[in-house]
Design a protein around this ligand. Structure first.
Ligand code: FES
Ligand code: FES
Length: 161
């Protein structure tokens, strides 16, 4: 089995290690580094559960090899909240609106929402709501029926109802 030396930053912490060439980034984050907030389900790019931020962009960690993340800055759901425990606004909105039940899809959903709200900061509420709703098409939630997530989206967008 071929191994490669990689160095990457995860949630502000530098990790220099060796990893098998075939290991996916999602598997490496969970089993290699202990960031188990990143969930793996379909493992072929469909469900979105494994979404993490790589150099600021939301990406499927099951579709990327760990060696490809060499030199990257990765943010997992564990890195969204402030150091003092204050939740990221997307986490707060999901919590406030019962946007999770089992929570399995939530880490990926929260990472995508964080990217979308950052990229659309300052736009009017309907555009933000559209952007967030469209982005959710890349996430399969198996148990909320999306209603709680939709309410969280409306809260984040600043919609009046
Ligand atoms: S586990 Fe990566 S998209 Fe489903
Ligand atoms: S909250 Fe259970 S899969 Fe989405």
């Amino acid at each position: 089995m071929s191994e490669h030396a990689i160095e990457l930053t995860v949630n502000g912490h530098c990790h220099a290690t060796r990893v098998e060439a075939r290991t996916s980034l999602g598997e490496f984050l969970r089993d290699g580094l202990g960031y188990t907030g990143t969930h793996l389900a379909c493992e072929h790019g469909v469900c979105g559960a494994c979404t993490v931020m790589i150099d600021g962009r939301a990406m499927r960690s099951c579709l990327m090899l760990a060696v490809q993340a060499d030199g990257a800055e990765v943010t997992t759901v564990e890195g969204l909240a402030e150091a003092d425990g204050t939740l990221h606004p997307v986490q707060q909105a999901l919590k406030d609106n019962f946007g999770l039940q089992c929570g399995f899809c939530t880490p990926g959903v929260a990472i995508t929402m964080a990217c979308v709200t950052r990229d659309n900061a300052g736009v009017e509420a309907p555009r933000m709501e559209d952007a967030l709703t469209t982005a959710m098409s890349g996430h399969i939630c198996r148990c909320t029926g999306y209603q709680g997530i939709r309410r969280a989206i409306r809260q984040l967008a600043g919609a009046s109802t």
